[in-house]
Design a binder for this molecule. Structure first.
Ligand SMILES: C[S@@+](CC[C@H](N)C(=O)[O-])C[C@H]1O[C@@H](n2cnc3c(N)ncnc32)[C@H](O)[C@@H]1O
Length: 387
């Protein structure tokens, strides 16, 4: 029987995530607000946890029903088949989300209390001891989502958030979320078949995610045993899980079809990016160097340049320094990167107009809490202005 799942992501990434889920074999794919619902066979359900690049979390729906009052919420939680899903000796914690905010419906503390009582009842009704709550390090995470008189109860089958790939060390003040880097690469159509260059690589996220795409390497394949929530569910099929991991590992190609380059002005960040790439096991697949973007030469006749530019906020707003940097970046692209496509992630309040090129596309994104644009430029051959 198919499993009903939903994956969460920032709202702007919903189309990218829905497409990724469909490619993976998810069916009945339904985009929603900051989430994508879908059905999956058990094999696709396992593969989704290892392979999805743009999902933040994955949740397995247990019950979706009307719940207009605290009593109804308790009744619905009591009717859900929790004892079929996890053993009574597993600890659990409930995360409640009242979609309409605290004042509109049932307050979140009340949701948590009623759902907890319902879960306890579902075990005791079957003559089983009730599982214990552990809000610190629960084995079973439960999400209770309440919106307009309906509740959705789900098991957190990913456990740790999926953007925590596990390769990134501390040390950079403004790293891009791994899932956002993967989504940007997807939005610009990167599949490993063109050279890629990040000239402002910071901790290396874009290049590392690109290497994983080019190698057809699943982003979560190195997560340790027991770290996915689904490994603690009653129906966990260790054999199928291992077979899925093996199948995915075998698909990895030996090297990226086209080279991946990354550089940064700061040697400490280049070193950090190199160490991160080692942890992600793609160190041999990225050519790192230190240098200014303004001095960079195109490392191939054509390719894709993807960069996350320094933000105005961290460099003191639209300072003259930042304006000059954006002017110089525009000149560098125009003079040295003809034939390339450039995708630049910039803060919306940055002086991006000073780049002096007309974007072919402008995609609104949120970089954490910072409203951003992903600007796409097709760099045409440079024409010397007539004298
Ligand atoms: C917003 S951060 C990039 C973060 C990166 N995407 C990550 O995930 O860690 C911008 C980077 O640009 C670098 N940078 C600033 N000015 C530069 C320049 N002129 N040339 C090359 N890199 C520069 C900074 O050292 C910083 O690491």
């Amino acid at each position: 029987m198919d499993i009903h799942l939903y994956a969460t992501c920032p709202d702007e990434l919903v189309p990218a995530l829905a497409a990724e889920i469909a490619e993976l074999g998810g069916t009945d794919v339904r985009p929603a607000y900051k989430a994508v619902h879908f059905q999956a066979s058990k094999e696709v359900y396992y593969a989704a946890h290892l392979e999805l690049r743009t999902a933040s979390r994955l949740l397995r729906v247990v019950r979706d029903a009307a719940a207009a009052s605290p009593q109804m919420l308790y009744d619905q939680a009591g009717r859900a088949p929790w004892p079929d899903l996890f053993e009574p000796d597993r600890t659990f914690a409930i995360e409640s989300i009242a979609a309409e905010g605290r004042d509109a419906g049932i307050p979140e503390v009340e949701i948590t209390r009623r759902v907890r009582e319902g879960i306890v009842t579902s075990f005791t009704r079957r003559g089983l001891p009730p599982p214990r709550v552990d809000t610190g390090a629960p084995r079973i995470g439960i999400v209770a989502y309440v919106e307009r008189g309906r509740c959705t109860f789900a098991l957190d089958s990913a456990g740790k958030s999926l953007d925590k790939r596990g390769y990134r060390l501390e040390g950079h003040p403004a790293p891009l979320k791994e899932t956002l880097a993967a989504a940007i690469l997807r939005m610009v159509g990167y599949d490993g078949s063109t050279p890629l260059f990040d000239p402002m690589c910071g901790s290396g996220t874009i290049a590392i995610e690109a290497a994983m795409i080019a190698l057809q390497k699943a982003p979560l394949i190195h997560r340790g045993k027991g770290e996915f929530g689904l490994e603690w569910f009653k129906d966990f099929d260790r054999e199928l899980w291992r077979a899925t991991q093996e199948r995915i590992r075998h698909r990895r190609v030996p090297a990226p079809p086209q080279p991946i380059f990354a550089s940064d002005i700061d040697p400490a960040y280049v070193d950090l990016a190199r160490r991160n790439s080692l942890r992600a096991r793609v160190e041999r697949d990225i050519a790192f160097s230190t240098g200014r973007f303004q001095d960079a030469k195109a490392p191939a006749p054509a390719g894709l340049l993807v960069a996350n530019l320094p933000y105005g906020t961290r460099m003191g707003g639209a300072s003259d320094d930042l304006k000059s940097l954006y002017i110089e970046i525009g000149d560098t692209l125009k003079r040295g990167f003809q034939g390339w496509t450039a995708a630049l992630l910039v803060a919306r309040d940055s002086p991006h107009k000073f780049i002096g090129l007309k974007p072919a596309k402008k995609i609104p994104l949120m970089n954490g809490t910072i409203p951003a644009w992903l600007l796409l430029f097709e760099i045409r051959p440079w024409k010397t202005p007539a004298a």
